[in-house]
Write a protein that binds this ligand. Structure first.
Ligand code: PLP
Length: 481
């Protein structure tokens, strides 16, 4: 199975795509054919546990990695989770929540970043790559911590994370600054996520590696980050069948809180494989550049950037949209390159109506801050279920979708973070109360809801901060990594 760059670069194997992270021409790697998921495959998958499902599906995408090896790695990665890595929780007869928040850093990024170090290790071994790998990460809050935790003290790797100094929650910041491990570095920038991501992409474009180390990415521009995310959509479907919530072949919807367009794109690949998905609801916060794109075909980043209570979605340049655009352009790299040039030059491009015909499964909505807080409060009152602000955005968008369409198809809302990572804002949404700091907010939130503070959060209080470097955004490219 070959991988091709969206911008036309020559074919590489899946393992090379993972090692390189981003293609030499600045494009993103995509599989040359999207593997098929037959109904027989689904029958097999129903009876498997999560690591076995991971091994089965990843082997279709990266056949160079044997199913046995993949299973060994998946068991190690998902063994770090607290119980079932991705349970589906029933809310009412039509609504379910897929909880992707049970990993070591309490965000959905763990679903891929616990496994990625093993995929890299295997990719190095298959390619006889002896040099060290230096992982560069731009983060809007959760990827940084999950990647640090995944790669910490992994032999032959080191990792540097760039995060927007004023653009993450206090708990997210605390999680990163207290990171343990000998091969880790965390750098604040005076800028936003888009600045960090653009600079990191530029470093990849300029750097040819040297005889001691090569660079790679743990952001969702790396195929190795995206492919494990396809699995939980398929797994959720299997679980709904096994628990007799749906019948075999019945279509369902997914609602996905979206920033860099990685998570919802993985759902799109699952649909392309053959999973019975009707609609994919793209949920954005006030930074609603994607909502506008799906409504009128114009992608325009010349707009105000808002800092919101769902900081991991505060993004205007959604990198993975490039992979969807590539499909929309009929896999024509030259057409795609024209759009990317326009984006670089004018911060804007537009796509005609016909190009959307193959991707009409997408519906897009956004929630502003008030609506997000209302969703958190209301959902807790109605269902005694506590949402984090990102999942709150998703819930609001789901209700907008139902109101507009009257669709009563069973729908799975993807939950992407534990609410205690955003204790201050969640507390405020429920109780209109402010707390002195993140830890006292967590305590108040626990007593208000009767939900225990996760140990990964309470433990942070006892850890010393290890990193204090802050640089300007124009210094990232020259930063001595
Ligand atoms: C990263 C993140 C998102 C956005 O996911 P994308 O793959 O970037 O679209 C949403 N919610 C949370 C909590 C996240 O950490």
């Amino acid at each position: 199975m070959d991988y091709i760059s969206t911008r036309g670069y020559k074919k590489v194997s899946g393992s090379r795509a993972i090692l390189e992270g981003i293609a030499k021409d600045g494009g993103l790697y995509v599989p040359s054919v999207i593997p098929n998921l037959s109904s027989e495959d689904l029958e097999i998958l129903y009876d498997l546990d999560y690591p076995e499902r991971v091994a089965f599906i990843l082997n279709k995408y990266i056949p160079e990695f044997s199913e046995e090896k993949l299973l060994e790695y998946a068991n190690l990665a998902y063994g770090r989770f607290d119980g079932d890595p991705c349970p589906v929780v029933k809310i009412d007869d039509e609504t379910y929540i897929l909880e992707l928040t049970h990993g070591p850093t309490l965000a959905f990024k763990d679903m891929a970043l616990t496994l990625l170090p093993y995929l890299m290790k295997e990719a190095k071994s298959v390619n006889n790559e002896k040099r060290d790998t230096h992982i560069l990460v731009a983060t809007s809050g959760d990827t940084g911590k999950a990647a640090l935790e995944g790669f910490r003290d992994v032999e032959g790797t080191k990792i540097t994370v760039f995060y927007p100094q004023d653009g993450v929650s206090s708990m997210q910041k605390k999680q990163m600054l207290t990171q343990e491990g000998e091969n880790v570095n965390v750098v604040g920038i005076n800028g936003n996520f888009d600045d960090a991501q653009t600079a990191v992409k530029q470093i990849f474009a300029n750097n040819k590696g040297n005889d001691k180390e090569t660079l790679s990415s743990a952001n969702s521009i790396n195929w190795g980050r995206l492919v494990p995310q396809i699995v939980y959509y398929i797994s959720a479907y299997c679980d709904l069948i096994s628990s007799e919530q749906i019948k075999s072949g019945e279509e369902i919807n997914f609602v996905v809180p979206t920033g860099n367009f990685g998570n919802v794109l993985a759902a799109f690949y699952a649909k392309k494989m053959g999973l019975p998905i009707k609609k994919l609801i793209v949920a954005s916060n006030k930074n609603n550049v994607l909502t506008d794109f799906f409504v009128d075909g114009i992608y325009d980043i010349n707009r105000e950037f808002y800092k919101t209570i769902s900081p991991s979605m505060d993004i205007l340049i959604s990198s993975n949209l490039e992979r969807l655009l590539y499909e929309m352009m009929g896999r024509d790299s030259s057409k795609l390159c024209l759009l990317m040039d326009e984006l670089k030059k004018y911060g804007k491009y537009s796509v005609d109506k016909e190009s959307f015909s193959g991707v009409d499964c997408f519906k897009a909505y956004f929630a502003d801050e008030e609506e997000t807080m209302y969703a958190i409060d209301n959902f807790f009152e109605m269902f005694d279920y506590l949402l984090d602000p990102h999942t709150g955005v998703a819930v609001d968008c789901y209700y907008k979708y139902i109101q507009e369409t009257d669709d009563n198809t069973k729908t799975v809302i993807v939950s992407t973070a534990n609410p205690f990572k955003f204790s201050e804002d969640v507390l405020f949404a429920l109780d209109q109360k402010k707390a002195e700091d993140a830890f006292s907010a967590a305590k108040k939130l626990a007593s208000f809801t009767g939900i225990e503070i996760p140990k990964e959060i309470s433990r942070l209080k006892t850890l010393a901060e290890r990193f204090s470097t802050v640089i300007e955004k124009n210094e990232i490219e020259d930063f001595k990594i």
